[in-house]
Design a protein around this ligand. Structure first.
Ligand code: NDP
Length: 295
């Protein structure tokens, strides 16, 4: 790996909000940084901060030891990386793919990289673009440990915490999917709660401190219920699923009385009723994880 001032040269492909934040952090950390984006005109601020602009993806790849890809999804990443001359230029270099997609797409991309003589690490960014370069940012990585160690100085320039989850290349995307599952269903619940509260004359601002309070109950549950999930014993001593299902029915009733779609809560209640129907009514809610996916 060639270095400038003992640091690898880095290329960033994709200059959306996240790609621009990544490139900005590399520049701040003193890394020689080359940037490229499919649609021209997004590199101006970065060039003003010292980045090298590139006229093509191939030119950008040729300028870097480590090639960070951050585009909308793997269809876009494939469209950038797989055609020649980019694929040819990648040979002998390392891709760090920070694009979000599914574990299977990570695996097929890793297979492609292996057959083209390209080092491949997959990653997921768990915090928003403005967090990049700060202690708050969280990155998850998977792929060959030796390659990860080789790229550490580049990755650490992005700030925050970096966790290598293992060599199986799909692991970063698997964690990403699971965490996004939590995040977006919670956000969907919050948006729905605001709609229902408003219909009853309560503003989002009035609700906010109590919404924060109920949100704060969740993190300890995640640790506690993980024990249950991994051991397969779901104690419902504190809140049996029969009682939980009854409160879900109240949410459905109030929503529908106001003409507000209760589809999400109906789905959750349906899961709870299924568990009860299978004879597990005295168990806790997480028993649901056992029956999901069962036909
Ligand atoms: P977007 O997800 O909106 O992606 C925009 C980038 O993708 C642009 O550079 C765009 O190029 C490029 N792109 C789209 N289609 C193609 C294509 N067919 N060929 C080449 N390039 C293409 O922006 P972000 O920067 O926000 O996100 C990038 C990745 O980071 C995503 O996977 C996202 O999930 C992830 N992420 C983003 C976070 C955030 O806070 N923004 C937080 C955590 C993860 P063009 O300008 O030419 O359209």
């Amino acid at each position: 790996m060639s270095t400038s001032a003992n640091l690898p040269a880095v290329t960033v492909l994709g200059l959306g909000p996240m790609g621009r934040s990544l490139a900005g952090a590399f520049l701040k950390a003193g890394l020689r940084t080359t940037v490229w984006n499919r649609t021209p005109g997004k590199d101006g601020e970065l060039i003003a901060q010292g980045a090298a602009g590139a006229g093509s993806a191939g030119e950008a790849v040729a300028a870097g030891d480590v090639v960070v890809v951050c585009v909308v999804n793997y269809d876009a990443a494939d469209a950038v990386l797989r055609p020649d001359p980019v694929a040819r230029a990648l040979k002998g270099r390392t891709i760090v793919n920070l694009t979000a997609d599914t574990p299977d797409r990570a695996r097929t991309t890793a297979d492609w990289a292996a057959t083209h003589g390209v080092g491949y690490l997959d990653g997921a960014i768990m915090t928003p673009a403005p967090s990049i370069g700060t202690p708050k940012t969280v990155f998850l990585h998977s792929g060959p440990k030796a390659l990860y160690e080789e790229c550490r100085s580049v990755l650490e320039a992005l700030g925050g915490t970096h966790t290598h989850l293992g060599e199986e290349i799909g692991r970063a995307a698997t964690f990403d999917i699971a965490l996004l599952d939590i995040f977006w269903t919670a956000m969907g619940g919050y948006a729905h709660a605001v709609a229902v509260a408003r219909a009853e004359g309560v503003t989002a601002r009035e609700l906010a401190p109590f919404a924060q309070g109920i949100g704060a109950i969740l993190p300890p549950f995640f640790a506690e219920f993980a024990e249950d999930a991994d051991s397969g014993s779901y104690s419902g001593e504190i809140n049996p699923i029969t009682s939980a299902a009854s409160t879900m029915a109240h949410v459905v009733a109030v929503s529908e009385a106001h003409g507000i779609d209760a589809g999400v809560m109906r789905a959750v209640e349906g899961m709870a009723r299924r568990v009860i129907g299978l004879g597990h009514g005295t168990d806790g809610f997480l028993r649901v994880a056992e029956v999901l996916g069962r036909h």
